[in-house]
Design a binder for this molecule. Structure first.
Ligand SMILES: Cc1cc2nc3c(=O)[nH]c(=O)nc-3n(C[C@H](O)[C@H](O)[C@H](O)COP(=O)(O)O)c2cc1C
Length: 371
């Protein structure tokens, strides 16, 4: 079958109007407790009006006092359910599906780190943030798994079309998979089977809570590309196949590592304008997708419609996800529908962050949003 970006497809009972996804993108626009703000809702409305089939929210924190960044959404209490129901309803009215990404951050944080309890698989200093977490006890592990389970329940009760577990970008579950961060000697460290155990146990417990049919997705790495420190492509393939057996609905593959000595191997890469720099996790993701039956979503440097369609047809990848290009131009899907040769204005500078609410640098002069 020749795949096209604007094909209508389905994942289980979920009908998707095209193969374009908005990858999870933190906007720094929620209030200090993680509740929705008018500006944040507006930004999601713009995305939905812009034609993207599926939107994954920015990472939402699952424990009240564990917030890795400012202005994140929260999902740590049942108090969120009512406002999220209205939010989801609004995005559905505008024609997009909405999935919530849930996350325990850990040491990949520079936000209010003073005196805050931060857990990690081992007490290893994070090379990017400089934060050394507390090594988790087995009771701490149970606490985090239960927080994921309760968050997934709230996501389902709010009417979201699915939940995505964040196991990428050196947040806690990505750290468990990495031999650099995970030096444990117990059942959660050592072999890849042990390093992935917390994720398998989370999936099993979440499935029990939300049932067999509710979409439970994961974002993980096709490779950390980090010599002996990171998850290798073979290990990633093994974890992905296990997750498939254990009932994951779909996997989004990112990659890269946080080591400052590998600046070109980050999850969010800059200067990727040229075609050969785009789709920078394609080759590693393609190898894994070939071995899986569940849908695979590719993320990282997708900028060109013709190249994205080539990728879809040169591999078993089913969907492409974009963050920065849609951040800069939420109506990109509609523009591509009109003109498949349209070049996004995003220059991949990765200067999207801003203390008053993240905004594309190209819009900063005429800032329309304020927190
Ligand atoms: C401003 C910003 C916020 C992001 N927030 C998240 C997030 O909350 N969760 C996540 O998994 N990735 C996050 N990412 C990473 C993106 O989802 C994506 O993996 C990465 O930017 C590469 O895709 P791109 O080249 O399309 O931007 C963020 C990226 C940016 C630029």
């Amino acid at each position: 079958m020749h795949k096209k970006i604007f094909d209508v497809t389905s994942i289980g009972n979920l009908e998707l109007k095209n193969r374009l996804w908005r990858s999870a993108t933190w906007l720094n626009l929620a209030d200090e407790k993680g509740h929705l703000s008018p500006e944040l809702i507006y930004r999601y409305e713009e995305l939905a009006k812009g034609g993207v089939g599926t939107i994954i929210t920015g990472y939402a924190h699952i424990l009240e006092n564990e917030q890795p960044n400012a202005g994140m959404l929260g999902i740590y209490s049942d108090d969120f359910i009512e406002e999220y129901r209205l939010f989801v309803k609004r995005i559905h009215e505008l024609g997009s599906k909405l999935i919530m990404q849930v996350c325990y951050g850990g040491s990949s944080t520079k936000y209010q780190t003073e005196g805050r309890l931060i857990w990690g698989p081992s007490a290893v200093k994070n090379p990017s943030s400089g934060v050394t977490p507390n090594e988790m006890t087995s009771e701490d592990i149970r606490t985090v798994i239960e927080a994921y389970v309760q968050s997934a329940r709230r996501v389902k009760e709010s009417g979201f079309d699915g939940v995505q577990l964040h196991a990428a970008h050196s947040y806690l579950y990505s750290q468990f998979l990495s031999p650099y961060f995970n030096r444990r000697k117990d059942a959660y460290g050592g072999s890849i089977e042990n390093r992935a155990r917390i994720i398998f146990e989370t999936l099993e417990a979440v499935r029990k809570e939300v049932g067999p049919d509710y979409p439970v997705l994961i974002k993980m790495h096709c490779t950390d590309d980090w010599a002996e420190h990171g998850l290798t492509p073979d290990e990633s393939l093994w974890v992905a196949k296990e997750l498939e057996k254990r009932g994951i609905t779909a996997i989004e593959f990112s990659g890269g590592n946080p080591d400052p000595s590998y600046p070109l191997k980050r999850p969010i890469r800059t200067k990727i304008l040229k075609r050969e720099k785009q789709a920078y996790f394609f080759n590693a993701t393609k190898q894994i997708a070939a071995e899986l039956d569940i849908p695979v979503i590719s993320v990282g440097g997708h900028r060109n419609m013709e190249l994205m369609e080539h990728i879809l047809n040169d591999s078993a990848i089913s969907y492409v996800a974009l963050s920065r290009a849609l951040f800069s131009e939420p109506d990109l899907p509609n523009k591509w529908k009109q003109d498949p040769t349209y070049n996004p204005r995003c220059t991949s500078c990765a200067k999207c962050w801003s203390p008053g609410g993240n905004i594309c640098i190209l819009d900063r002069k005429n800032k329309v949003f304020s927190k």
